[in-house]
Each structure stands twice: as C-alpha cells, then as structure tokens.
Design a protein around this ligand. Structure first.
Ligand SMILES: [Zn+2]
Length: 178
C-alpha cells in the first residue's frame, strides 16, 4: 500500500519534478458517506508547481458506466464481485449513483488539492509523452510513473473540493466509496 506518482523531467535543465497521488483523498458528503477523489497531475498557477488536482468526471461518463453494468457483462460482473468482496453488481451501481448525486450538485471547477485554487491545467499522467510547460513553454518529458513506499496520506475534502483536514492512519476506517 504505497502512493502512486508521476515524474517529469525538464528537457533542457534535466531537473525533475514529481507529483504524488493518494488513494485516501475523499469528499465528506452531508449524509456521512466518504467518496474518493479522482486525481490528475496538473500545473497550479498559484502554487507555481506541478500538483495533484481533482479530476471531475462528466455525468455522461458515469451514466454510461452504470448502463454497462446494467447490461450484465459477465466479465465486468466478475471483476466487481472480486473488488467488492463478493457483493452483487447492484452494490457497484449504488456506488456510482452516489458519485452521480455528488456530481450533479458539484458547482466549482476542479481544484488544486494543495491550495484549493481553480486556476490549474491538467498535465499528462502516464506514458512517455512530452509536453510543453503550461507557463514557461519549456519541453518536459514524462520520465516515470508507478508506486512509492510512502505511507498513506489521508485528507478529507468538502464536496466542492476544499481541504478540511488530514486524518491519521491510526483511527481510520476504510469505507471510502470509489
Ligand atoms: Zn495550488
């Protein structure tokens, strides 16, 4: 149980920057449910660095996923039964409906998960593509991605993506809806 990361290398200077993700970033919903935050690397114009930002799915993509599950694909049912520890596929559909409900009421555009600013631009997360630095125009290469051994990092956010606070691993229960 580590943390995912992506690393960028500046083509000219060789300087490296990396962005760390966390599987334990979640939205605290008003009914008490905890919904995982989808993350993407991004450049934040306020932090002036590459950071982890929210990725907000479209309602259409969530509806399409529900439809696919309802169509009864046996491979998909097998996969989710494994992930959900034997629970029926309806459990996954229910989880997606919770995300749909959150998405419908979400107002703010995606935020920087460090500072909460919305002045961000998503950057590549995997593969060996190169891209232009959003601010300086310098060429960067996606030079690495994978997992680190770092301890889990648990942070609670409002449904609008504002940071509430960090949690310690000791008094944590693992009931994040993904
Ligand atoms: Zn920021």
């Amino acid at each position: 149980m580590g943390r995912g990361f992506v690393e960028y290398t500046h083509a000219v200077s060789g300087r490296k920057d990396s962005v760390l993700f966390s599987a334990y970033f979640y939205y605290q919903l008003s009914d008490g449910a905890k919904l995982s935050v989808f993350e993407t690397p991004a450049w934040c114009y306020k932090c002036k660095s590459f950071i982890t930002a929210e990725e907000i799915p479209t309602l259409e993509s969530l509806a399409a996923e529900i439809e696919k599950l309802q169509a009864g694909d046996p491979e998909l049912a097998k996969f989710w039964s494994y992930v959900l520890d034997g629970a029926p596929i309806e459990k996954r559909i229910e989880q997606l409906r919770i995300r749909c409900g959150w998405r419908q009421s979400r107002r703010s555009p995606p935020r920087c998960l460090e500072c909460g600013e919305t002045d961000i631009v998503a950057t590549p997360s995997a593969g060996d593509s190169e891209f232009k630095h959003p601010e300086t125009g310098e060429t960067l290469l996606v030079s690495g991605y994978g997992w680190t051994d770092l301890l889990p990092f648990i942070v609670e956010f409002t449904p609008e993506g504002e940071r509430i606070g960090e949690q310690t691993f000791d008094d944590w229960e693992f009931d994040i809806i993904r």
